[in-house]
Ligand binder design. Structure first.
Ligand code: ADP
Ligand code: MG
Length: 696
């Protein structure tokens, strides 16, 4: 047997269960089961006495006997209470469901190990719906760290519980009499003091101590992150060596004319510096692959335009891609405003552009008469043909990861320079993975004269106050955003939703024109609504987070975020970045309900304390509990992180990156005997993940 063995070769798993495991958890082989890790362990290594129990304890176990049972209540109040005696004290144990079954199966005067969570009912300590084990059949190994596995509703219905999976994994380990083959070379295991794979896998399921569990997890997380870094860094290095780039040696007419005659305001020092950094790349004879980070409103668009002018001066075409059509249109408008009557032709190509207009644009791209093409990411996917594309700029995009950029690379014999622009906050660890192959420039300065947005947090019981504020701002000639978390009414969550609120706001503000945009609208409708707000035809825009990124309406001075407790810090910061773009004092009002968790309270507080994107990114990382950071899944590589979490495992990401770098320094092609394992395992991974093979 090998780890590739079908899961049905495991005793206890027949065709039916195999089907369920495959469909619900993707478990098809022994290997899959091995890599289905518990989401938590519970320490069953110790028995408690009833007198020790308090309500802030997690699950605990107590040994003793039931002395009597009593039933009370009717219907939904119907309950069964057992009086459990541990030799010193009584504990109330209560069931609200399955009472008949319990009465039949649970005996008095018999020893049980009771496992549950202490709580208080009617002033008395109790445990509801505990697990009951027979002490005789509970082996010592069971009395240690017990694994808990995720299951789905369908599995539970079919009786496939965490306990069942626990039985499967424990059977599997009893069958695995051989050592699970190592994937990391000895020299790395020694250097980093890692647990060997075989031991780590066993301990990740069945640790004997909490320390052993954390060492096992650390080894497995490291491995996940290390191979990602190895793949990204070997790609980046190879590209660096091979990359012959278009040489944009001179700064020409267009750039100089623009700089001296058309620039509407002086560049900030930071803008000047990053333009110099990019020009240095583009004249080096190597291909530029650069990430431009700059907080919302730091003026990345203008930088993009000026870098494009350098490319055009050197006889090349340029292309800028925005994540949404609204943004693409806005770029076109911005560029045309900036360029005025300069001899630069900029065109927009989106899915909406059809027929004659489209063929005109396609012809202009082929004959080189179009200098700047603005589009969405579809431009890349549609294989649009250029005469001589020299620079590609990707704006505000988490989803345009390593793999997508690699595609750009492969399709052109002399690849264009690449600039990716993103607003902080983007956690550093995410940058290292999604953008791990790029050089970085940072705009760390906002244009002068900006009044910092004033942020306030209020509860949702003050609609009048809010209404007056809105009226005051609109009467002063400004515009207002209202952002809501959902498009349509949801039964489950009591959240404000755009469509209902749109109607409601029309009643509240009968004298103003109100527009609405959300992600469920057709692009053309959305654009039309957006356009009305940009031109000032509507004074209030009701929206979902589709307006989160990039939209620039300097006249808008108020951003009202409803159900602010539902948004993450990065999102709140992005939304707030939509105001404060003009010279006027702007406001961001975070409206929440009263039931806030400590973490949410902290989040909203940070927003009112600082406008600094870097600070917010740091705070975000610290606060973020379980769950992945937005964007990791769409990063362009199917990371499939089972254990590691880019939010919490920042140091491990760094260690993985440093280690990959160390390995590749010594052996760039992984040719030596020491690195055979790495080479083979990478090949395996590339076979498994299509995206991985793209960047090789
Ligand atoms: P972002 O970096 O978020 O994409 P934008 O490029 O949209 O920011 O710029 C935000 C606003 O700041 C725009 O209205 C832009 O015209 C303006 N701006 C950009 N650079 C400067 C500057 N050096 N001085 C003053 N205003 C600037
Ligand atoms: Mg922008």
């Amino acid at each position: 047997m090998t780890l590739d063995a079908d899961i049905t070769y495991l005793p206890g798993i027949g065709p039916q269960r195999a089907k369920l495991l495959g469909a619900e958890l993707g478990i098809k082989t022994w290997h899959d089961l091995l890599y289905t890790f518990p989401y938590k362990h519970i320490d069953r290594s110790r028995l408690y006495k009833i007198r020790e129990l308090t309500t802030d304890m997690p699950f605990v176990q107590v040994m003793g006997q039931f002395r009597s049972f009593e039933e009370a209540g009717e219907g939904r109040k119907h309950r069964l209470t057992g009086h459990f005696w541990d030799g010193e004290m009584f504990l109330d144990v209560t069931w609200f469901q399955g009472i008949r079954f319990i009465k039949q199966s649970v005996k008095v005067q018999k020893n049980y190990i009771l496992f549950g969570r202490p709580s208080v009912y009617g002033g008395r300590l109790c445990v509801n719906h505990p697990d009951l084990d027979n002490p005789e059949s509970t082996t010592l190994s069971k009395m240690s760290m017990q694994p808990y596995y995720s299951t789905t509703e369908r599995m539970k219905k079919a009786g496939l519980t965490s306990r069942t999976i626990e039985r499967f994994t424990s059977t599997l380990f009893s069958k695995l009499s051989w050592t699970i083959p190592e994937t990391l070379p000895d020299y790395l295991i020694e250097r980093l003091h890692l647990m060997p794979l075989d031991k780590a896998l066993r301990a990740a399921h069945y640790p004997t101590t909490a320390d052993e569990l954390s060492a096992a997890n650390m080894r497995l997380k490291f491995e996940e992150l290390f191979f990602i870094q190895l793949v990204i860094m070997s790609y980046a290095r190879k590209r660096q060596q091979e990359r012959i780039g278009l040489r944009f040696a001179h700064i020409g007419n267009l750039f100089n004319t623009f700089y001296h005659h058309y620039l509407p305001f002086p560049l900030t020092e930071a803008q000047k510096r990053v333009i110099r950094e990019m020009h240095a790349d583009m004249k080096s004879g190597h291909q530029m692959n650069r990430l431009l980070q700059g907080d919302v409103g730091s003026g990345k668009t203008l930088v993009a335009l000026m870098v494009m002018l350098i490319a055009i001066d050197n006889g090349c075409q340029t292309c800028i891609m925005a994540p949404t059509e609204i943004l693409a249109e806005q770029h076109l408008q911005t560029f045309r405003d900036f360029l005025k009557d300069m001899p630069v032709r900029a065109e927009l190509l989106t899915g909406n552009v059809k027929g004659k207009k489209r063929s005109d644009i396609e012809a202009g791209l082929m004959d080189g008469s179009i200098n700047i093409l603005i589009g969405t990411h579809a431009v890349i996917e549609d294989n649009v043909q250029f005469k001589n594309l020299g620079l590609v700029i990707i704006d505000e995009q988490h989803r345009f990861g390593v793999a997508q950029r690699a595609k750009l690379q492969k399709e052109s014999p002399l690849p264009p320079h690449v600039l990716v622009m993103t607003a902080t906050p983007i956690p550093r660890t995410l940058a290292m993975t999604v953008y791990g192959d790029l050089d970085v420039s940072v705009i760390d300065e906002l244009p002068p004269g900006r009044k910092p947005v004033r942020t306030m947090h209020i509860y949702d019981n003050q609609p009048e106050k809010l209404r007056h504020g809105v009226i005051r701002e609109i009467e002063a000639g400004h515009q207002v955003y209202f952002v809501f978390p959902l498009v349509k009414e949801s039964e489950k969550l009591d959240l404000k939703n755009v469509q209902d609120e749109f109607i409601h706001l029309k009643e509240t503000f009968p004298h103003y024109k109100i527009g609405m945009v959300h992600g469920k609208m057709k692009p053309a409708e959305k654009d039309a609504e957006m356009q009305k707000f940009i031109t000032g035809e509507t004074q209030i825009l009701v929206a979902t987070t589709v307006i989160e990124v990039g939209v620039n309406v300097p006249n808008a001075s108020v951003m009202i975020i409803q159900n602010a407790e539902r948004f993450g810090l990065a999102q709140l910061h992005q939304l707030r970045g939509r105001v404060g773009r003009g010279a006027e004092q702007s406001y961001c009002i975070l409206v929440s309900n009263f039931q806030l968790s400590a973490e949410t309270r902290k989040r909203l507080h940070i927003m009112t304390e600082t406008n600094d994107g870097f600070e917010i990114a740091e705070a975000d990382l610290k606060l973020r509990g379980p769950g992945d950071i937005k964007g990791t899944q769409q990063s362009g590589i199917a990371f499939n992180l089972k254990l590691a979490n880019l939010g919490r495992d920042g140091q491990l990401v760094q260690l993985a990156r440093d280690t990959a770098s160390f390995v590749l320094d010594a052996d760039p092609e992984l040719k030596t005997k020491d690195n055979t394992l790495l080479r083979n395992h990478l090949q395996e991974l590339r076979k498994e993940h299509k995206d991985w093979s793209q960047i090789s």
